[in-house]
Structure formats: structure tokens, C-alpha cells
Design a protein around this ligand. Structure first.
Ligand code: NDP
Length: 254
């Protein structure tokens, strides 16, 4: 579970789950690049990581823009060294059902949650394959089954799971493993915004805690530990897998 000498890029790493992953990777010994659409927040996060002891870099990068992604990947190599770990974490949630979601919202969710991870994977693969590496895609339990009123989000995360499997089989022999983590509800801005949409957010939050079976919502650190496992040699025979980290929510049939 150590990442000494590794260079890990975390997209959307300025806050929430991405920040939890960046912190866990830094604590495990990796040099960490925080790539976020908010460049100032990325640089602030990187400064805080550097204060914990290891090398870190913060970069502005919109994962939906191929040129941005290429530039960020080249910059990480220049500043920290060859990329050996990529965590595709950046993601957004726009709500709506199949019958009423607008086209712009559909396109935006697919662009950030699915095209973005593919663009980052494509850009980082030459470095990852040149000496070995691992990719972790932050999917969701919403990618494993339909989530009502989340059509674009669920579809994007299901697609991300099959991108994970495809990269795993296409590049496993080149020394690149690719796995996904499927979080349940994690306490972040994204889930707080989701809860705020209910008439009684506190009651909904309590219901989600009830469904998690461990008496709490997940934390960014919970996903950070899962990501460190999937990036590290401890998971050397794990490839193309989806690791569910949801407190047991999806273990229950009804
Ligand atoms: P947050 O909204 O709290 O954080 C997401 C981060 O990604 C923000 O820093 C955001 O920047 C950044 N980001 C958004 N769009 C882009 C982009 N185009 N390029 C680069 N960075 C971008 O979300 P979470 O931490 O909750 O979620 C992280 C991941 O985990 C997502 O993929 C989400 O789908 C997944 N997930 C979350 C769950 C939860 O319960 N929270 C459950 C299951 C999965 P900015 O704020 O400036 O837009």
C-alpha cells in the first residue's frame, strides 16, 4: 500500500473526493499533481500537500478539453517526472429523467464524466506504459444500476466502468492496470448539493446513512484509501475491476 517514487495525477483534485485521494496518495509517498478546472484551488491544494512533506504540483486543467489535457500531462512530466498513476476523479452531477433532461445537460455530464477520463487516459498512456502504471476511475454505484432522476450521470458512470474494462484488457500486457472505484454517498459539496434539493435534506441524509449499514456516510478519505490500494503493488493482480465502497448499500436486495 505504498506509493514511494510514484507520480500520481488526480483530476478534480482540488476538493471533495479528489482531494481525499490526493492526500492519501501523498501520505503513501507519491508525488501528486492536482489537476482541476479551478487552477487557483488546484495550486492551493498542492501547496497544502507539499506542506505534508512530498513533492506536489497544482495545474489548471479542464478534462473536457483535449489540448488542456495534453498540456497538463506534459507539464506534470516536466515538473514531477514520468506519470505512473492516473486517477480520473473529476465529475459532475446534473439531475433529470430520460424524458425531461435537456440536451445541454446530457452533453455536459457525458463530456466531464466520460469523455474527460478517456481524454486523460489517452494522453497519459504513453507515460504509463513506459515503465508500468495504474489508472483508477472514480465511477459510482449509480453506474451499476439505474438511479432515478440521474439518467445522464448513471449512463456516464456505466460507460466509465466499461472504459475501465476496455483499457484493462487493451493495455494490461503493456504494464498498465485499470480499475474503478464505485463510491456510495460520500460527504462532499456534490452530495450536499444533491441533498439540498430535497424538502427535508436532514431526513434524506439520515435515510442515506441508514442505507450505508456502517452508521455514517463515506468520507473522501475512504475513497482515498481504496485508490491507494488500486494504484499500489498490493493490487498487482487486480485489473478491470470495480471496487464498491458504499458501506454495504448495494449489498442489500430490498
Ligand atoms: P465535488 O463537486 O465536490 O468535486 C469535484 C471536483 O472536480 C471539483 O474540484 C471540480 O471543480 C472539479 N471539476 C469539475 N469539472 C471539472 C472539469 N471539467 N475538469 C477538471 N475538474 C473538474 O465532487 P465529489 O468530490 O463529490 O465527486 C468526485 C467524483 O466522485 C465524481 O466523479 C463523482 O461523480 C464521484 N462520486 C461522488 C459521490 C458522492 O457522493 N460525492 C458518489 C459517487 C461518485 P469545480 O468545483 O471548480 O467545478
Amino acid at each position: 500500500m505504498r506509493l514511494d517514487g510514484e507520480v500520481v495525477v488526480v483530476t478534480g483534485g482540488a476538493r471533495g473526493i479528489g482531494l481525499g485521494i490526493a492526500e492519501a496518495c501523498a501520505d503513501a509517498g507519491a508525488a501528486v499533481a492536482v489537476a482541476d478546472v479551478d487552477g487557483d484551488a488546484a495550486r492551493e491544494a498542492a501547496a497544502a500537500l507539499a506542506a505534508r512533506g512530498g513533492p506536489a504540483a497544482g495545474l489548471a486543467c479542464d478534462v473536457t478539453r483535449a489540448a488542456d489535457v495534453q498540456r497538463a500531462v506534459a507539464e506534470v512530466a516536466r515538473r514531477l517526472g514520468r506519470i505512473s498513476g492516473l486517477v480520473n476523479n473529476a465529475g459532475i452531477l446534473l439531475e433529470g429523467r430520460a424524458g425531461d433532461l435537456g440536451e445541454d445537460d446530457w452533453n455536459r455530464v457525458l463530456a466531464v464524466n466520460l469523455t474527460g477520463p478517456w481524454l486523460c487516459t489517452r494522453a497519459a498512456l504513453p507515460q504509463l506504459a513506459d515503465g508500468g502504471g495504474a489508472i483508477v476511475n472514480v465511477a459510482s454505484i449509480a453506474g451499476l444500476a439505474a438511479q432515478v432522476n440521474h439518467v445522464a450521470y448513471s449512463v456516464s458512470k456505466a460507460g466509465l466502468l466499461n472504459l475501465t474494462r476496455t483499457v484493462a484488457v487493451e493495455y494490461g500486457r503493456s504494464g498498465v492496470r485499470c480499475n474503478a472505484v464505485c463510491p456510495g454517498t460520500i460527504d462532499t459539496e456534490l452530495s450536499r448539493r444533491y441533498l439540498a434539493g430535497f424538502d427535508d435534506p436532514d431526513a434524506m441524509r439520515a435515510a442515506l446513512v441508514e442505507r450505508a449499514f456502517v452508521g455514517r456516510l463515506g468520507t473522501p478519505g475512504d475513497i482515498g484509501q481504496a485508490a491507494v490500494f488500486l494504484l499500489s503493488g498490493a493490487s498487482g493482480f487486480v485489473n478491470g475491476a470495480a471496487l464498491v465502497v458504499d458501506g454495504g448499500r448495494t449489498a442489500r436486495l430490498a
